[in-house]
Design a protein around this ligand. Structure first.
Ligand code: HEM
Length: 177
């Protein structure tokens, strides 16, 4: 996992829970918390940090990941405004993930393991098929919540199947109201 993701996780946690919470999480886990944006770090660090945060807040790690995803969108907008400027709405943004956004991310961050989504489109829905050994569907869910806020849209999000429940892949269904 690229350091930029850990940088964003830290920023969201510090903004929501304060710097002492991040320090506490580091002392609970023994992790240094030093992540350079271009560096690559073990995926397991994210699970370890989430488990510590869950301990601290009594929240579910998957709920925390969703909150982190949602809180990440304004930070991603600051860092990569061009991705948002080129997409007029959340639908266009999401449909550009495989063709523009994640390919550009792979150019910026060598070795980035960005997911590829399968999109099934209908008039007011998109169903996103997601399959990754990292099983970060809750992060994706949070990103979509953040995009809805960013574009001032109302998007209902269901997950009819989930790898965390034993499914082969996750399906994330977005419905515009
Ligand atoms: C400005 C927009 C975005 C940027 C710059 C971005 C960038 C990144 C980066 C740097 C990674 C880490 C790759 C690695 O560490 O190896 C990543 C992973 C990921 N991204 Fe994006 N992303 C964006 C938007 C989104 C959105 C909107 C979604 C979903 C709706 C999404 C879903 C994911 C997921 C689930 C992962 C985890 C990797 C995995 O599943 O294996 N991203 N992204």
């Amino acid at each position: 996992m690229k350091g930029v993701i850990f940088n964003i996780v830290e920023e969201v946690i510090v903004a929501k829970l304060g710097p002492a919470a991040w320090d506490e999480m580091l002392s609970m886990t023994g992790l240094s918390g030093v992540y350079t944006s271009l560096g690559s770090y073990p995926d397991a660090d994210l699970d370890t940090l989430l488990a510590a945060c869950a301990n601290l807040t009594a929240a579910d790690p998957s709920a925390l990941l969703q909150i982190i995803g949602e809180g990440s969108i304004p930070l991603l907008f600051d860092r990569y405004p061009q991705f948002f400027e080129n997409a007029l709405n959340a639908r266009a943004f999401i449909l550009s993930l495989n063709t523009i956004i994640h390919p550009e991310v792979r150019k910026l961050y060598a070795g980035a393991a960005c997911p590829h989504f399968n999109f099934v489109e209908a008039e007011n829905t998109i169903t996103m098929g997601y399959n990754s050994p990292r099983r970060l569907c809750h992060l994706a869910h949070g990103f979509i919540l953040g995009l809805a806020t960013h574009y001032d849209e109302t998007i209902a999000i269901d997950q009819p199947s989930c790898m965390h429940d034993g499914a082969r892949m996750c399906h994330i269904k977005l419905t515009w109201q």
